[in-house]
Design a protein around this ligand. Structure first.
Ligand code: DP6
Length: 347
C-alpha cells in the first residue's frame, strides 16, 4: 500500500536495542526470497543484545546512504550487507532513498565469544527503520501491525532476526512466513528460563549461515526434515503451555542433534561439534540422569546453550563451574543469559 511522508524535520537521532534469540526448533534451509523451509521456534534472550545508535539526515541523492560502525570501527563487509538490505527495502519504504543514515552498533556480548549477532543486529536496525517509517507517516507501519512489519524487515536482513522482536518466545513460519510472531500461550516457567551459553570455540563460524542454508537445497532429507520440523514446532508449542521439563528436554535435544546430523549428511559435509562439545553434552545428560533439570541446544557451531528452569539455577551453575574447572571452555568464557522481554527503545 502506498503511503505518504508527513515528517517535517530534516534530521534526527534514535536508539534501539534488540536481543539475540536461541532457536529450539531450527530454521535450516530457505526459499527465495528469504522465506524459511520450515517453521522455527525460539527463546528470546535478555543479556545478549545489539544496540544501534542511529542518526538520519535528509539528502537529495536517490539511494539510501549509510555510514556503519561496529564498536567504533568501520566494518566494510557487514556495512555492504546492511546497505544491500536498505536498498532492497527502499521500494517498500521510498523515504529511505533520500536519507543518509549513520548506524553505530555495539554488542553486549564479547565479540570473541563466537556468538552469532546477525539476529540481534538486524532486529535492532529493523526497529530503527520501522520507527522512522512510523514517524514519516507510513500508514502500514501503524501501531497494531508495527511489530509484524518490523519483523518482516528484519527477516529480509537475516531470517532468525524475524524472531528477535518478541518477548520470551517467538515462532517464524508458523503463523506467517513473512514475519515472526510472539508465542501467546506460554507456561510461566519459560518467562525466566536460564540459558548459560558455554563458549567451546570463540572463532568465527566455519560455515556461514548462507552456506549452511544452501546445504539444504539438495539435501536428501530435505522434504522429510521440513515436514518433521513443522510438526515439531506444533508439538513444542503444545508442550510449552505446560511445565513438563523431561518432554521439553528430550524434544529440544533431539532437534539440536538433528541440525548437526543434517550438516554431517550434507554435501559437502560438516562436523561443527568439537570434542569438548560432546564432553559437555555427556555431562549435561549425566547431571540430568541424577536429577538436575538441565538440557542443551546447539547453534550451527560448537557452542552449547545449557537451558534450565530458574528453579534449577543452583544445579546449573554448579555444572557450569565444573565444566569450566575441567578446561572445556575457550578462555573460560560463558554468558549467564536468560529469557527476556525483547527489544527496547533506548533513546
Ligand atoms: C542455525 O538467520 O543466520 O541459527 O537468514 O541467512 O541470515 P540468514 O540465516 P540465519 O540462520 C540461523 C540458523 C540457525 C537456526 C535458527 O536460528 O533458527
Amino acid at each position: 500500500m502506498a503511503s505518504k511522508m508527513t515528517s517535517s524535520t530534516d534530521s534526527g537521532t534514535l536508539c534501539w536495542s534488540a536481543p539475540s534469540n536461541i532457536a529450539l526448533i531450527k530454521y535450516w534451509g530457505k526459499r527465495p526470497v528469504q522465506l524459511p523451509g520450515n517453521a522455527s521456534l525460539s527463546l528470546t534472550l535478555e543479556k545478549s543484545r545489539t544496540r544501534v545508535e542511529a542518526a538520519w539526515q535528509k539528502h537529495s541523492e536517490p539511494l539510501p546512504k549509510l555510514d556503519f560502525f561496529f564498536e567504533d570501527k568501520a566494518m566494510p563487509a557487514f556495512s555492504a550487507k546492511v546497505e544491500k538490505w536498505l536498498i532492497s527495502i527502499s521500494d517498500e519504504l521510498p523515504f529511505l532513498k533520500n536519507l543518509k543514515l549513520t548506524f553505530k552498533t555495539s554488542n553486549t556480548f564479547p565479540h570473541s565469544a563466537g556468538i552469532a549477532s546477525s539476529a540481534s543486529s538486524m532486529a535492532a536496525m529493523a526497529l530503527v527503520i520501522g520507527d522512522l517509517a512510523k514517524s514519516h507517516g507510513f500508514e502500514n507501519f501503524s501501531e497494531s501491525i508495527w511489530l509484524e512489519k518490523v519483523s518482516h524487515l528484519a527477516r529480509l536482513g537475516s531470517g532468525s532476526a524475524a524472531r528477535s522482536l518478541y518477548p520470551h518466545a517467538a515462532t517464524w513460519g508458523e503463523e506467517s512466513q513473512e514475519y515472526g510472531s510472539g508465542v501467546k500461550e506460554l507456561h510461566p516457567v519459560y518467562l525466566n528460563y536460564g540459558d548459560a551459553i558455554l563458549v567451546v570455540d570463540s572463532k568465527e563460524k566455519s560455515v556461514s549461515s548462507s552456506e549452511g542454508h544452501a546445504l539444504m537445497n539438495e539435501h536428501p532429507y530435505r522434504q522429510l526434515r521440513f515436514s518433521m520440523a513443522n510438526q515439531r514446532v506444533k508439538d513444542l508449542l503444545q508442550l510449552m503451555q505446560k511445565d513438563d521439563f523431561e518432554s521439553f528436554a528430550s524434544l529440544v535435544e533431539l532437534e539440536a542433534l538433528e541440525l548437526h546430523a543434517l550438516m554431517m549428511t550434507s554435501n559437502p559435509s560438516f562436523i561443527l561439534m568439537k570434542p569438548a562439545t560432546l564432553a559437555i553434552i555427556e555431562q549435561i545428560r549425566k547431571a540430568r540422569s541424577l536429577g538436575a533439570e538441565v538440557c542443551f541446544t546447539l547453534d550451527a557451531g560448537p557452542n552449547i546453550h545449557l537451558l534450565y528452569p530458574n528453579r534449577a539455577r543452583a544445579q546449573a551453575i554448579k555444572l557450569v563451574e565444573s565444566i569450566k574447572a575441567q578446561g572445556l571452555l575457550d578462555n573460560n568464557q560463558w554468558i549467564d543469559d536468560c529469557v527476556g522481554t525483547g527489544p527496547r527503545k533506548e533513546a
